[in-house]
Every structure is written in structure tokens, then in C-alpha cells.
Design a protein around this ligand. Structure first.
Ligand code: AQP
Length: 339
């Protein structure tokens, strides 16, 4: 089983990235060959400072390692170190219908939020499809916000296979029925946790690095306190019952407390008598209970620049081997293979 996923170094790692992605990376890294990378090419759609991108790329490598991704087993690398990502993205762009991308809601959400509507941002799902298809991934651990992009990756794999593989039947992508041929590109499946949902930010919208609503896992204590204490609430008084849908505090608590504590919280909201600050303080405590050890481990790793660079270089070397094998088949099919 091949497992592929990535996070953009477009800001610092936040709770949404952890619960939507990293937590799953740690869980699945034992279940097959995992390739996890730092999507610096994607981050170029929002980061316009080369030095900052370098720093955030290195920072994300530290995050991966602090959380326990094992570079002996798992391949950790930087997207821009494997040039085949952009090459495959172009081939996929030539079979991608405009309408498919025009329906992508992430682009529209980001533009509404004021992000620059570049061609790169619009074409992000194509590069993401290339990221996954290049490694013939079977499983892709991503957050629920990426469901549509993963569907686009499957669509593009089908479009490519249909265009270039004689006897390919989209209803039988592995070519198991007689007369059908298997696709060159594997159709990936998402990997979600049971009852998983999108992690809300401090304002209740999707927690996102570009929305200024994140709770960063490795930020200084003062910033974390400020962010948690500023989570959106309504003006109900201490004694009033609390509607748990009004404030994202409760969805965040649910991620960090045990089910029995969550049941107590639900009951206390129903009867009232506790102010929002009580819940915020509990969230703060839970945050440190969950992340104290990784925060410490990341601090220790900060001085190990040589080691981290080595991990990324060796990871890129290994990733290129997988990528070049897929690209050989693709170039043959499209007619760009060197004779
Ligand atoms: N709020 C979220 N809830 C659940 N999962 C989330 N992820 C991100 N935010 C949430 C998951 O984290 C992984 C890496 O995301 P990314 O950094 O590559 O891009 P993103 O989804 O666009 O994350 P951001 O923070 O919103 O980044 P910007 O603002 O730079 O675009 C993915 O698996 C994603 O599902």
C-alpha cells in the first residue's frame, strides 16, 4: 500500500493540520510505504518571500519529525526537490476540463477571503492531483476540506487513462474484467477518521493559515492563550444555558477531551451556570496536556539543522525513484519519452 500526503509551509502548523492530517500520518505510517512531503510549490500561491518560505519549509520538517514521523521508514521530502510534480501537473492540465476546476469551492472561498486570484491558485487541484498520482498512491490521509480536491484527482486519473490507455474502462480502473486494460495512473482513495469533520478556527470558519483564525501548535504560550481566549462566543451570561453550535470552543474541546468529559460539558451547557471563559480555560489546559511533549521535542530538534537537511535530501532521493518510474510510463504514453 502506498500512502501519500502533504502540508503547505504557508504558515505555522495548526490544530486543523494536526487533526486533519498529521495525526493520521502517524497512524498510517506503519501500514504501508508512506511518502509525506512539504508542499512548498503550493505555498507559492500565498507566500511572496523566499527567505520566509525557506524558514517555514524547514519549520514544517521539524514539525513532522517532532510528531514522530520516522524517516527510516517514511519518506519525508520537499515537493520542489522532485521536479516531476510540475511535469505531471502539465500533462494533467491538458486533459482537465475547465468546468471541473471552476466548480472547486476552495478557490472561490479563498478569493472571497481576499487571496490573490492567480492561475496557480486556480490550478492548485491539478498540482495536487499530480502530487498524488505521481506516486501511484492508494491512500491519501487528508482533512475533510480536501474531499473535493481528492475527487478531482480521481477524475483526472480517469481522464488521463481514458485518453491514453487503449481498452481502459473507467468503471474498471484496475482492468480486472476480460478485455479491459489497467490505467497507467492509480485512482487514490481518501483516508478519514470515524466521525471526522473540518476543524473550525477561532472565528468559527474553517481553521486555515490564510484566514488568521488558527491556533498554532508550536506558537509561544502568550500567543496560544490570546488565541484561545479570543475564540468567538455570543453574549449569553454565565447562568444561561449555552448553545454549543454558537462557539467553536466546543468543537475544539471535543477533539481534545475524553468522550465522558465531553458528555459532562454537554450537560453543563444544557443547564447553564458556567461562563465561556471556564470552557476556554479547559481548552487551554487540554492543549498543553496533548502537545506539551511534542513542543519540547521540537525545541530539542531546532539545533539539529544538519540532521533535518539530511532527512529531506535522502527523502527526495527516494521519492525521485518512485516518481521516475511513473513518469517513464507517462512519457511513453503521451509521446515525450526520449528515443
Ligand atoms: N481546518 C481544517 N480541518 C481539517 N483538516 C484541515 N487541514 C487544513 N485545515 C484543516 C488539513 O491539513 C492538511 C494540510 O493542509 P494544507 O496546509 O496543505 O492546506 P489547507 O488545507 O489549505 O490548509 P490551510 O491552513 O487552509 O492552508 P492555506 O491557508 O495556506 O491554504 C490537509 O490534509 C488539510 O485537509
Amino acid at each position: 500500500m502506498r500512502i501519500v500526503s502533504a502540508i503547505q509551509p504557508s504558515g505555522r502548523l495548526h490544530l486543523g493540520n494536526y487533526f486533519g492530517a498529521l495525526q493520521k500520518y502517524i497512524k498510517v505510517q506503519e501500514e504501508g510505504q508512506a511518502l509525506f512531503f512539504i508542499a512548498d510549490l503550493h505555498a507559492l500561491t500565498t507566500v511572496r518571500n523566499g527567505q520566509q518560505l525557506q524558514e517555514m519549509t524547514y519549520g514544517l520538517a521539524l514539525d513532522y519529525l517532532a510528531f514522530g514521523l520516522d524517516p527510516k521508514k517514511t519518506i519525508l521530502f520537499r515537493q520542489s526537490d522532485v521536479l516531476e510534480h510540475t511535469e505531471l501537473a502539465w500533462y494533467l492540465a491538458t486533459v482537465a476540463p475547465m468546468g471541473l476546476l471552476e466548480r472547486a469551492h476552495s478557490y472561490k472561498d479563498k478569493v472571497i477571503r481576499g487571496l490573490f486570484p492567480s492561475v496557480g491558485l486556480f490550478a492548485y487541484p491539478i498540482l495536487m492531483a499530480a502530487d498524488i498520482l505521481l506516486y501511484r498512491a492508494d491512500r491519501v490521509p487528508v482533512g475533510k476540506d480536501q474531499m473535493q480536491h481528492l475527487e478531482i484527482a480521481r477524475d483526472l486519473a480517469n481522464k488521463f487513462n481514458t485518453a491514453y490507455v487503449l481498452g481502459y474502462d473507467a468503471s474498471d480502473p484496475e482492468g480486472t474484467k476480460e478485455g479491459n486494460a489497467p490505467g497507467i495512473l492509480t485512482l487514490p482513495s481518501p483516508f478519514f477518521m470515524k466521525d471526522e469533520s473540518i476543524v473550525p478556527g477561532t472565528d468559527g470558519a474553517k481553521m486555515s493559515k490564510s484566514y488568521n483564525n488558527v491556533i498554532e501548535i508550536f506558537a509561544d504560550e502568550a500567543i496560544i492563550t490570546k488565541k484561545i481566549m479570543s475564540i468567538k462566543t455570543d453574549s449569553s451570561s454565565v447562568i444561561e444555558p449555552k448553545d454549543m453550535r454558537v462557539s467553536p470552543i466546543f468543537a475544539l474541546l471535543q477533539l481534545l477531551v475524553t468522550p465522558s468529559e465531553m458528555a459532562d460539558i454537554e450537560e453543563s451547557c444544557r443547564i447553564g451556570g458556567k461562563g465561556y471563559s471556564t470552557y476556554k480555560h479547559r481548552l487551554l489546559e487540554c492543549f498543553y496536556e496533548t502537545f506539551r511533549t511534542v513542543r519540547q521535542r521540537r525545541k530539542e530538534l531546532e539545533g539539529e539543522k544538519g540532521y533535518v537537511k539530511n532527512v529531506l535530501n535522502q527523502g527526495a532521493e527516494r521519492a525521485r525513484q518512485y516518481a521516475s518510474s511513473t513518469m517513464e510510463d507517462i512519457r511513453k504514453a503521451v509521446g515525450t519519452a526520449r528515443k
